[in-house]
Design a protein around this ligand. Structure first.
Ligand code: NDP
Ligand code: 8X3
Length: 253
């Protein structure tokens, strides 16, 4: 059975992708910081799809923990075919003058450095399988919007790293692709707005947002193409979001 490693599977896009790939028969390495969620998820995926799971319970910002995880990975889990670099977050929605330095560091450390740590350790294994890396970027990596500054910057870096990986890894037969979503209703806004459920819900009011399954479907499409086909990137938006930071509310869209 093929093996996929997905970061950030305890919620949202990563969780939906875990279910989609499990349904396609992948054994899964699942990741997040919330151990209780990972354990419940492992049991669910095993019961529902009959697949095996291996827990990657760590914070992707911790370079040593990521390195230790890969160096002690049991042999049965080393033939990784797919890595989905999904773990990430936005923290805060302020202009630079009023922004929080802690928030900036969390975003830069997770979205950029965490993605790099996982990728660096996974590359030797992906070379053996001629595997596939999927980077979850964002429309925020293609455009900027008011008060999105540092989050947009981190996702522009993901866009650049996606291209750099593809240039570097093509010779090894490793495919590299990105998905760049617009507004998807997940825990994303709850995290960004520090647990304010009312404000977070209002982000998705008055239009039909994307759901995590929409992005999982795209990832499933990308990795199921024949080996000679590399989908470089997909930008996927709600119909009511024609550009980053622009949402057409209460128009029946
Ligand atoms: P969620 O908040 O629902 O999920 C984020 C996931 O990432 C969780 O499983 C969380 O797990 C994990 N995670 C966060 N930080 C870390 C960390 N330091 N180490 C390990 N795991 C971590 O958000 P989404 O599903 O929406 O976000 C997934 C990705 O999609 C992100 O990269 C985001 O930027 C991107 N994206 C989201 C969009 C949206 O509108 N929702 C649009 C465009 C892109 P835990 O808390 O257990 O660690
Ligand atoms: C999040 C996309 O448009 O909600 O990465 O900021 S958006």
């Amino acid at each position: 059975m093929p093996i996929a490693l997905i970061t950030g599977t305890t919620s949202g896009i990563g969780e939906a992708t875990a279910h989609l790939l499990a349904a396609q028969g992948y054994n899964l390495i699942i990741n997040g910081r919330r151990l209780d969620k990972l354990e419940v998820q492992a049991a669910e995926l095993g019961d529902k799809y009959g697949i095996s799971t291996h827990l990657m319970h760590l914070d992707v910002r911790d370079a040593d923990a990521v390195n230790d995880f890969f160096t002690s990975l049991p042999e049965a889990w080393q033939n990784i075919d797919v890595v989905v670099n999904n773990a990430g977050l936005a923290a805060g929605l302020d202009n630079i003058e009023n922004g929080s330095i802690d928030d900036w560091n969390r975003m830069i450390d997770t979205n950029i450095k965490g993605l790099l740590y996982v990728t660096k350790s996974a590359i030797p294994l992906l070379k053996q399988t001629k595997g596939h890396i999927i980077n979850v970027g964002s429309i925020a990596g293609k455009e900027v919007y008011p008060n999105g500054n540092v989050y947009c910057g981190t996702k522009h870096m993901v866009d650049a790293l996606n291209k750099a990986m593809r240039r570097e890894l093509a010779e090894a037969g490793i495919r590299v692709s990105a998905v760049h979503p617009g507004a998807v209703e997940t825990e994303f806004s709850l995290v960004r707005l520090e647990g304010d459920t009312v404000k977070a819900a209002s982000v998705y009011e008055g239009f039909e947002n994307l759901i995590a399954q929409d992005i999982a479907d795209a990832i499933g499409y990308i990795i199921s193409r024949p080996k000679n086909v590399n989908i470089n990137e997909l930008i996927i938006m709600p119909t009511a979001q024609p550009a980053a930071g622009v949402i057409l509310r209460n128009q029946g869209l």
